[in-house]
Design a protein around this ligand. Structure first.
Ligand code: FAD
Length: 375
């Protein structure tokens, strides 16, 4: 494999500069592999920049939680080494830190789900679960209300600033020698083993192509006749100024959550809207967040909304990421479809792509994530 700067043609071209593509560019460049990262025209405006940044390897909403556990726990562990490493390389502090999580349940099924989370928490290094009754919950924060007698505290979960994180990955890749291209790919062709990637009138050649365009990754169908069934699922978040003591937990109630950031703002989310690529914040979204969060965190309705964001999750038909090589064409690596967990999963998805590119054995069994499962 060619090393950096020995050849203007990159060994690997990564299309898509969100958290997944930027993490892949960073890890490959760190290995001394020459990389071109093509950011895309929506760079800086996608989910990787506006996500809540919750790093919990557990989830009340992800289907197939069991299948995802190995990838989630690897991502969770990698984040803890990545933050100090990127700080040293780039000088950028994206405020990655421990913030424990409380999971509430609204229904009987919700309580069964908490039991699953409790048992999964025992398999994951670095976190521990504790049951809370109503008194325990009140003593942690009297503003949190639960509809059921039992809640779950998970100690050891983390949070970060997604905007800072994605920027640090991209800057880290640049520092390690990656070529960063501003612009969008308009077409890709293949002749022999080589791909020709069209960006802003230029053509970039490579034999190894990573597709990490988040919800836009199915453009590969048009370019390479490879269907990647990923689609956008819009989510909105409110950033709210609240008087009173700082909220020190991330509180989850099914799809909904409140968490806090170091600047004191409380973030409340979220929505799940199947509205194509429309990504504007709406009054309806704002009302729905307030009305869904109020029952378990009534103080939210007394706050002042300082900003309101919306962005698109890349989701797949079975709720699992699409990660690995496709048998349809040599040299193509796909990393997308991380849904509600793409910030958490970005370092593990990037690690897997690096392992595949270096012909190493993947550290996670990829059967359930294979792009071929949709062929
Ligand atoms: C409201 C909300 C809250 C969330 N909160 C969390 C959370 O707390 N924790 C968590 O782990 N996850 C969270 N997520 C999920 C997470 O944000 C996403 O899964 C993740 O950001 C997806 O990253 P990505 O790199 O795959 O895609 P994206 O961030 O969408 O990046 C795709 C990139 O591809 C580029 N691109 C597109 N088309 C082209 C083209 N033609 N040529 C070149 N480039 C192109 C785009 O410009 C962009 O740079 C949240 C999502 C939402 C919507």
């Amino acid at each position: 494999m060619r090393k950096q700067k020995s050849d203007p043609i990159s060994d690997v071209v990564i299309v898509g500069g969100g958290a997944v593509g930027s993490a892949t560019a960073y890890l490959l460049s760190k290995e001394g592999i020459s990389v071109t990262l093509i950011l895309g025209s929506t760079f800086g405006k996608t989910a990787s920049w506006f996500a809540a940044g919750l790093l919990s390897p557990l989830s009340q909403t992800v289907h197939n939680q069991d299948t995802l556990t190995s990838l989630s726990s690897q991502g969770f562990n990698l984040h803890q080494t990545l933050a100090p490493e990127l700080l040293e390389i780039t000088g950028l502090d994206y405020q990655a830190r421990r913030q424990d999580s409380i999971y509430l349940s609204k229904t009987k099924e919700g309580t069964a789900k908490l039991e699953t989370l409790m048992s999964l928490s025992k398999q994951i290094k670095g976190i521990s679960g504790h049951w809370l009754d109503q008194n325990d919950l009140r003593s942690l924060d009297p503003r949190i209300k639960s509809a059921s007698p039992t809640s779950l505290l998970i100690e050891g979960t983390w949070i970060l600033d997604s905007h800072g994180y994605t920027n640090a990955l991209m800057q880290g890749a640049r520092r390690k020698g990656a070529r960063i291209v501003n612009g969008s790919v308009t077409g890709i062709t293949k002749s022999g083993a080589s791909f020709q990637i069209m960006v802003g009138g230029n053509c970039i050649n490579t034999e190894k192509l990573v597709l990490s365009m988040g919800p836009w990754t199915n453009l590969a169908k048009e370019w390479l006749n490879i269907a990647i069934p990923v689609s956008p699922l819009k989510g909105q978040i409110l950033r709210i100024e609240l008087s009173g003591p700082t909220l020190v937990y991330s509180v989850h109630n099914g799809n909904d959550y409140v968490t806090s950031k170091p600047n004191g703002l409380v973030w409340a989310g979220t929505t799940e809207e199947d509205v194509g690529f429309s990504d504007n914040p709406t009054t309806q979204g704002r009302k729905s967040i307030i009305s869904n969060v109020s029952p378990f965190f009534p103080a939210i309705s007394t706050g002042t909304v300082k900003s309101h964001t919306a962005c698109l999750r890349p989701v797949t038909p079975d709720g699992l990421p699409i990660l690995g090589k496709t048998s349809k064409s040599d040299g193509i690596y796909i990393a997308t479809g991380a849904g509600r967990k793409g910030i958490l999963l970005s370092p593990s998805m990037a690690t897997i792509i690096c392992q595949l590119i270096s012909d190493a054995k993947p550290s996670v069994n990829l059967c359930s994530f294979s792009p071929d499962r949709f062929i």
